[in-house]
Design a protein around this ligand. Structure first.
Ligand SMILES: Cc1cc2nc3c(=O)[nH]c(=O)nc-3n(C[C@H](O)[C@H](O)[C@H](O)COP(=O)(O)O)c2cc1C
Length: 193
């Protein structure tokens, strides 16, 4: 199977310092419930700050949800090499700084390096870019990543699935992310016409 050395396929999960770290928590919880992928978590320093400020949690609590945790300062970690086979990588949520780092190939931390590797190996890279409104630089960076083969998947609200709670909204975005990697999931009610 793609992205594996015989066990569950690996999915790299980057978390950067944007608002809504709840998205990362929900995504990791769903991946754990499904049990079909091995999550490799890389959190930026900015992500640690947003988790402390917005979730009022210690980042180590979020790390417990992942199968494997890599230190973003460790540029020699497994996910820094294309020879470490993965299904691809999601950055959820993705800050404009990390978007810019990916768009310019500035791999000065493991999160950006792993994203760069994902693009060079032509594996799916999904950036759950969270900022509003967007300036020209954000849009240009999104365009560059898209032209390089990445997917910009902003956590945009939708109501066709009749959400009742914030959790319903979070799960819809997480289901859309999993769909990008062809990971079977029934995370949210789908439109059937
Ligand atoms: C609580 C909090 C919320 C933030 N929300 C956002 C955001 O939604 N989008 C964004 O691009 N940056 C946001 N930032 C700013 C980034 O964290 C900052 O630019 C940081 O340098 C990002 O670094 P990183 O990409 O390495 O995590 C936020 C910062 C804090 C402290």
């Amino acid at each position: 199977m793609a992205g594996t050395d015989g066990n569950r396929p690996r999915l790299v999960v980057g978390v950067s310092g944007s608002s809504a770290p709840q998205l990362a928590v929900t995504f990791l919880e769903i991946a754990r419930e499904l049990g079909t992928v091995e999550t490799h978590l890389v959190m930026s320093a900015g992500a640690r700050l947003s988790i402390e400020r917005e979730l009022r949690q210690d980042p180590s609590e979020v790390e417990k949800l992942a199968d494997v945790v890599h230190d973003t300062r460790d540029l020699g970690a497994a996910v820094s090499s294309g020879s470490f086979v993965t299904l691809g990588m999601v950055v959820v949520p993705c800050s404009m700084r990390t978007l810019a780092a990916v768009a310019t190939g500035n791999s000065d931390n493991l999160l950006a390096r792993a994203a760069d590797v994902t693009l060079k190996e032509r594996r799916p890279l999904v950036l759950v870019a969270r900022e509003t409104p967007l300036n020209y630089i954000h849009i240009e960076n999104m365009k560059r990543v898209t032209l390089a083969g990445g997917t910009i998947l902003p956590p945009v609200l939708s109501f066709y699935h009749q959400p009742r709670t914030i959790e319903d909204l979070l799960r819809q975005t997480c289901g859309k992310i999993l769909d990008q990697f062809h990971v079977a999931n029934e995370t949210f009610p789908r439109w059937t016409g």
